[in-house]
Each structure stands twice: as structure tokens, then as C-alpha cells.
Design a protein around this ligand. Structure first.
Ligand code: G3P
Length: 217
């Protein structure tokens, strides 16, 4: 499973990128607003830093305007994936932008039918939002499983990009089901390294090392 980082915080991206943890980046208008930076400028900086796809989202709601914005975003760098919402206009924009040769990430997906439409419209990525379904007492992972089954039944190339990931468990669950990509905030990726038995075991090893006077350098 590829790891995308869901942030527009360039320092956080840099740190994870240096560890080889970044196969791509996703942003959205909320994350750009949180960065306090100009969308074109911060997106260019991210694109220059990472090799993989960097999703940049349109803010228009009508297809022609989304296409115009998408074409402008795509000019930022070769690794831009234009992100459009899963509305009827978003699907129209997806078709045109992907026919133009751009990567397109269709976002705000909450049903298998929406994912099926996005694949038909030529989406490179479909972004089902796990956490927001869980917030409604639904099971976001069921949606990932349904989309996986449907895409595999018909050999769709669209990659399942598990989004709205809120916990380390979401990452392993998405990987078990076979999501192609998961995009997570940097804090969730850090959390994946944590285990209480690792901390406990390390404390015991260090205590014994100190007692025995073990020195390596
Ligand atoms: O990947 C989509 C993400 O940015 C939304 O996450 O936590 O706001 O539902 P969240």
C-alpha cells in the first residue's frame, strides 16, 4: 500500500519524505487554509519536494470552471493530481481532465456507486472518506471492501485512496482490505510506530544494559 501524507505542512512532509515514507501528498482547501499559504506557491513547493502525485483541489463547483481551475493547477508540476469533488459536475470535469492526460483524484466519496461512476469517468484515484463515515456510526472500511470488490470484478485501473484516516488502525485495516493508497495526517503515520510493549521492552533492555555497564561507543 502506498502512503500519501494528508497535509500542506511542508516541514512535516519533508521529515517523512526523508524517511522514505512519502509516496505522494494530498491536500484540500481546508488543509491549504490551515497552512496559511498561497495554494499555488505551497503546492509548487510540495511538488518539488516529493516524487509522487500531489493532489490539489479545485474550489469551483461548475464543470467548466473546475476544468479551468484544474488545468491551471496541473501546470504547477508534472506530478499534480487534480482533485475534484464527487458531484455530477465533478465527474464531468474528471472525464475532461483525465482525457487531457492529467491524473485526477475524485474526492468526497461515500458510496460504492459514487466510486463506480468515478472509475467510469476515468479517475486515477477515488478517495472514500473513512473517518467521516465512522463519525456517523457507519463502517468506513466496509466501503473500502465494497469498492475493492467492484473494481476487481471489472478490472478498473482507478486506485482506491483511503482518506479521512484518523487512526493507526485505519491504516492497517485499509492495507488488509487492499486499498492501493492510504492518505493520513503526519501524526497518524507517527502513531503507527508506537506500541506499549515496545516501550516496556526497551525500558527493560536499557535497565539491564546500564546494570551491566554495556557501552558500544
Ligand atoms: O483525506 C481527506 C481528509 O483531509 C479529511 O479528513 O479527518 O477531515 O475527515 P477528515
Amino acid at each position: 500500500m502506498k502512503f500519501f501524507v494528508d497535509t500542506a505542512d511542508v516541514d512535516a512532509i519533508r521529515e517523512l519524505n526523508e524517511l522514505g515514507m512519502v509516496d505522494g501528498v494530498t491536500t484540500n482547501p481546508s488543509l491549504i487554509a490551515k497552512s496559511g499559504r498561497d495554494i499555488l506557491e505551497v503546492t509548487k513547493e510540495i511538488c518539488d519536494m516529493v516524487d509522487g502525485p500531489v493532489s490539489a483541489e479545485v474550489v469551483a463547483t461548475e464543470a467548466d470552471a473546475m476544468i479551468e481551475e484544474g488545468r491551471k493547477l496541473a501546470k504547477i508540476a508534472d506530478n499534480i493530481a487534480v482533485k475534484v469533488p464527487l458531484t455530477w459536475d465533478g465527474l464531468k470535469a474528471c472525464k475532461v481532465l483525465s482525457d487531457d492526460g492529467n491524473m485526477v483524484n475524485v474526492t468526497l466519496c461515500f458510496s460504492a456507486n459514487q466510486a463506480l461512476l468515478a472509475a467510469k469517468a476515468g479517475a486515477t484515484f477515488i478517495s472514500p472518506f473513512i473517518g467521516r463515515l465512522d463519525d456517523l456510526n457507519l463502517d468506513g472500511m466496509d466501503l473500502i471492501a465494497d469498492i475493492r470488490e467492484i473494481y476487481d470484478n471489472y478490472g478498473f485501473d482507478t486506485q482506491i485512496l483511503a482518506a479521512s484516516i484518523r487512526s493507526a488502525n485505519h491504516m492497517s485495516e485499509a492495507a488488509k482490505i487492499g486499498a492501493d493508497v492510504a492518505t493520513a495526517p503526519p501524526a497518524v503515520i507517527h502513531k503507527m510506530a508506537e506500541h506499549v510493549l515496545t516501550d516496556k521492552g526497551l525500558a527493560a533492555f536499557l535497565k539491564d544494559a546500564e546494570k551491566a555497564g554495556i557501552k558500544i561507543v
